[in-house]
Design a protein around this ligand. Structure first.
Ligand code: NAP
Length: 248
């Protein structure tokens, strides 16, 4: 039986694990960083926590006898992606990167592309009212701008001492309905949205911004490591067939 390690933490990784669960030729393990309390893991075995860098991951792959590595981590998880590439070479275990395409660009979108979160904070005009939807760990450069008013959505409440920008925190997961997001943006008189170009199907916030004609400061993705990259779960399944079983 072939052993497959999926580096997960994304919806695609869960979908892939669920797809492969019925394949009797494969034993699949999903690896999670262990940051989220109730992650969606799809199916199959799960392990949690870092490997201790590329050497740790290479040793894990060799010691546990893995035959292939699927890096299905988030487009912005640049460190684990680089470690996966290095470890696969060291351990001589084939790897593929599953990288969903960036957000679609339509004529109605008003995207302001920037290199990183600091550039996003620098690009906002004086006194802007901002919906900060770039992720909880990315708020520091905005907290340093005392002229901004920021609406921040968090799944877990802020912890004591966590430095946040001036504004308001709302708790909850992002809605799937753009109308809900539109209402939120109107209610808080938001003029600017900051988001990562996480990609995939346009998120509700992106559609709501499009409908309201609001500019979205869009943080561009880090460049993925060299090597095979595919855009969806179907293509990973094809890659597994070809790589492990020699069939397209
Ligand atoms: P990162 O900065 O690229 O990685 C930091 C460290 O966390 C890695 O060096 C590795 O530790 C460990 N790690 C990350 N993903 C892991 C995994 N799947 N299994 C085991 N260890 C892992 O990653 P991140 O941006 O913190 O993201 C962490 C996880 O959250 C990823 O699995 C990612 O798919 C998911 N996620 C990230 C974002 C985002 O915007 N960055 C959004 C949604 C979901 P060692 O060096 O010790 O091995």
């Amino acid at each position: 039986m072939a052993r497959l390690l999926i580096l997960g933490g994304t919806a695609e990784a869960a979908e892939l694990a669920a797809r492969l669960a019925g394949d009797a030729r494969l034993e699949t393990v999903t690896s999670l960083a262990g940051l989220t309390r109730l992650p969606n893991v799809g199916a199959g075995r799960v392990r949690r926590g870092g490997f201790g860098g590329p050497d740790g991951l290479a040793a894990f792959l060799s010691d546990e006898g893995y035959d292939a590595l699927i890096d299905a981590t988030h487009p912005f998880a640049a460190q684990i992606a680089a470690h996966a590439a290095e470890a696969s070479q060291k351990a001589k275990v084939p790897r593929v990167k599953l990288l969903r395409p960036p957000f679609e660009r339509t004529a109605e979108d008003n995207f302001v592309p920037v290199q990183d979160v600091q550039a996003a904070a620098d690009s906002l005009p004086e006194g802007a009212r901002v919906f900060l939807a770039a992720g909880r760990r990315e708020v520091a450069p905005f907290a340093a701008r005392s002229d901004l008013w920021c609406l921040i959505r968090m799944i877990e409440p802020p912890t004591a001492g966590e430095r946040l920008p001036q504004g308001e925190v709302i708790l909850g997961r992002p809605p799937t309905d753009p109308a809900e997001e539109e209402l939120l943006l109107r209610e808080h008189q938001i003029g600017w949205i900051v988001s990562k170009d996480s990609g995939g199907r346009a998120a509700a916030k992106i559609i709501a911004a499009r409908r309201l004609g609001l500019p979205v400061v869009l943080v561009e993705r880090p460049k993925p490591p060299a090597g095979p990259t595919v855009e969806n779960v179907d293509a990973v399944v094809d890659w597994i067939e070809t790589t492990l079983f020699g069939e397209p």
